[in-house]
Design a protein around this ligand. Sequence first.
Ligand code: ADP
Ligand code: MG
Length: 620
Amino acid sequence: MGTIQIMDEVLSNKIAAGEVVERPASVVKELVENAIDAGSSIIEVFLEEAGLTSIQVVDNGNGMDEEDALKSFSRHATSKIEKEQDLFRIRTLGFRGEALASIASVSKVTLKTSDGTNSGIELYLEGGHVKEQKPTAFRKGTDMTVAQLFYNTPARLKYLKTIQTELGHTIDLINRLALGYPAISFRLVHNGQTLLHTNGRGNVQQVLAAIYGAHNAKKMIAFEGQSNDYKVYGFATLPEVTRASKNYMSLFVNGRWVKHYLVQKAIVDAYHTYLPIGRYPIVVLYIEGDPQLTDVNVHPAKHQVRLSKEPELLRLVEDTVRSAVRGEIHVPLVERKEKPVKLPSEQMNIWKQPSFDTKKMDDLVQRLNEEKSVIRETVYEKPIETAASFERPQPAIEEPVEIDNSPEEEVALPSVPVAPPEPKKEPFPQLEVVGQIHGTYIVAQMEDGFYLIDQHAAQERIKYEYFREKVGEVNPNERQALLLPLTFHYSADEALILKEHAQALEQVGVFLEEFGYGSFIVREHPAWFPKGFEQEIIEELIEQVLGTKKADVKKLREEAAIMMSCKKSIKANYYLTKEQMVRLLDDLRAADNPFTCPHGRPVLVHFSTYEVEKMFKRVM
Ligand code: ADP
Ligand code: MG
């Protein structure tokens, strides 16, 4: 007797399901794409528990008659490919004809559909088997409910992440589909709450507003360009609106959402020097070309695309986006207030003096850099070794010096915590201020030589330690109400991440109140927030959470303190009075680690008397 058996169809569907149906979002994708293929203009997606309990997709498309409804669940049932060469001219989304069969094999499906010629039909399937079939009154269109996904394949359930993660995948997907089909009205509802609703009027900017908030959509500029083989168009944010992730650049090739690293890179290159490092624009880019040039069948999930004449396309994308973005920028983005610092003449440059022992300095700088990583982790407990050892200084108890670049503005500079610092391994030298050079470095001396202190780095360190302590103990009574509440707008998936991490954000002083989906209001903040920077700081902290999608409170505090310390520290080319310099050094001496700034750069460097004497050949 032969041992080869034809595999039971339901079993083979279950195996195929492993490939097609990975998570709730993949079911939503298949169902919504079918609805699109059926010519729908309104598609509604209702999820319960991120789709694990139930996924319902309702459309107003062509629907199916009884025969097609029954056929649609068998493998390779498709109305979309007639001949093999059609594969090369795919314009519709589905074409493998196995999605419904696969989904039905791992869930309990209820289908109601009608093609409008007869009253509708209702089918109920369990594990791919039709259990019930009856006529039903249904308008033209389809209503498909997939319940208890993976109920018969518990191993797959194990791979699913949290509800929030699974929901996040679906939100991403619907956002992309809404951008891909602005003429279709999409609604996504989760546990009764509407997360996204687009109006289907074909206006991409309105879709962008629904997803990213009107506030951000207003800051997006339209672009359009054409080459021999391709047409590109879309919207891109002005460089002032950025995100910490590349996920906000959505690409569509002939209506299909794709991932394409090089096209993304071409977009980022278009912004060259206009974006801060690690920041990306929000962009929607539509690419149109002969379907023969675009091979979308590279990957089963169909997200990858192989493009012919790629260099031509990349150039087109970069040039088009660049001219649109730059055309809109009238004011230089980075305003340099400082005058350029003149370099000292060659003879005066002690660094170039052949007899000067720069090695020691280099070693110090290198050590500091090596320490940097350690310091970040040990939260700056480890002082940097310096050449000399000094007596342990008294902690300064005075208020730190208040210095500001804009004299007309009132700056409330915080006072340094007066509690005696932990005993330091390396005490800070008791220095006498001599003066200041280039409005940037303080020169100070003691018997064994002199020091150059970077005033900006010094103040950053002082403020960092102040804010680190403040952020470490956000006190609800220390809040200050804002005269005008701040509002923030985020996309549904971002809002989800923020809600998930609301507690962590509160622990660094960001009190978000939700109002309407995707929008948050901030009415108050801790009293010690750097004045005039409240919005910027809250935004940056939110971005921090969105960028990493997690909120390690310890890291967030660390980032918050660094961020705040940078905000109003004295910059280069700012002249200080002697009294201000003395106070700055006193405050620095009281710091836990006065030797490096929060970014790990040295605050001060030492020139020993011996080195100076050697330079002048007083000693050999
Ligand atoms: P494919 O989309 O690759 O053809 P599917 O398994 O996703 O395969 O769907 C099988 C068939 O069922 C489709 O070709 C289509 O004829 C029909 N169908 C599925 N969903 C719908 C819908 N929402 N409206 C109308 N027809 C549908
Ligand atoms: Mg399909």
